[in-house]
Write a protein that binds this ligand. Structure first.
Ligand code: SIN
Length: 327
């Protein structure tokens, strides 16, 4: 009996020791952009905050520049448990929900303040739950900025885009947007864009100033039209399976750190947008084309019919709510 008690006690000690020395929860955070971008900096800040506050309990490993997964694979990998967090562009979720297509509608938001109002309002917050049925949890929105059009030829009016090949993200709305100006859209991963532009396999692409600068697209695209025609923002996501198996107290702390990192990322996005645009101008590698109000009106007229095409999938009320955020 005494022997049995001793055995039970030593087993308990072993289990206890195992609990004490349990490996920290690992969060692999995969993204496709450079470290010196709003998303790159947000991910680094998240890692710092988690490791400062949850040392030994949670470890964050950030993989930038598509090192681990491209955006076209990362969500599948997340559902398989191979990566725990990512922040794909909102344009890359259409396989999982049609509602997020709203963020791709051309000329929907007049500026980033309007985007903020919509994302922070009831409709934007509800959209964070739109991936739930697919096993994904939307943890928050992160800004990059408005998209500009870069090309091998100057683009001032929609007629200039006719017949030209543009790389787009995996979004049917973006496809329709370029087809609306008789251009040829091609869905390609972000990691391939520089080479496609450099080899002239494509004529142009759309992106934020920070991506055009950090990925050196401006070095191989002699013209950038400041069109501000669409939004490049992100949703930070995790899998429901990973999120729910975290201990409650850890989940609360990880979410708190993420919220703070997102606030930080959003606070530097506008400043990076302006600084990277200026760096491109200063480089003299690419001419930044400003369009007149009349020219802009032509782009709006050509592209806006895309809204009607996707109204059924997105929902008219949701589009109306986004438009209302402009006021
Ligand atoms: C990103 O900013 O995460 C990538 C955007 C793109 O694919 O163009």
């Amino acid at each position: 009996m005494r022997l049995l008690t001793a055995a039970v006690a030593s087993l308990a000690l072993m289990v206890g020791a195992q609990t004490v020395s349990a490996a920290p929860v690992e969060i692999k955070f995969s993204h496709v952009v450079a470290e010196n971008t709003p998303k790159g900096k947000m991910a680094t800040k998240f890692k710092e905050l988690v490791e400062e506050r949850l040392a030994g309990k949670v470890e964050v490993k950030v993989f930038p520049n598509s090192q681990l997964f491209g955006d076209n694979k990362v969500l599948e990998a997340m559902l398989l448990g191979d990566v725990q967090m990512a922040a794909p562009a909102l344009s890359k979720f259409q396989k999982y929900t049609k509602q997020l297509q709203i963020f791709d509608l051309p000329f929907l938001f007049k500026d980033m303040e309007a985007v903020d109002r919509f994302q922070n309002g009831p409709d934007g917050q509800k959209l964070l739950g739109s991936l739930q049925k697919k096993g994904l949890v939307g943890l928050g929105y992160l800004h990059n900025g408005m998209k500009q059009l870069s090309a091998s030829q100057p683009l001032k009016t929609p007629a200039d885009a006719e017949g030209k090949k543009f790389r787009i993200m995996t979004s049917d709305v973006l496809q329709a947007q370029f087809e609306a100006v008789d251009a040829v859209p091609l869905k390609k991963p972000f990691s391939e864009v520089f080479t496609l532009l450099q080899t002239r396999a494509i004529d142009g692409q759309e992106n934020s100033w920070s991506n055009i600068y950090s990925k050196k697209f401006f070095e191989v695209q002699p013209y950038i039209t400041e069109s501000n025609h669409g939004l490049l923002d992100y949703m930070v996501v995790t899998s429901a399976e990973f999120w729910m198996q975290l201990d409650d107290d850890l989940r609360v702390e990880v979410k708190k750190a993420l919220d703070e990192a997102i606030v930080y990322g959003n606070s530097i996005a506008a400043q990076k947008d302006a600084a990277d645009k200026q760096a491109i101008i200063d480089s003299k590698r690419s001419e930044v084309i400003e369009i007149s109000d009349a020219e802009r009106a032509q782009w709006v007229k050509a592209m806006k019919p895309v809204w009607k095409k996707f109204e059924g999938q997105i929902g008219k009320d949701l589009i109306d709510a986004a438009v209302a955020a402009n006021k």
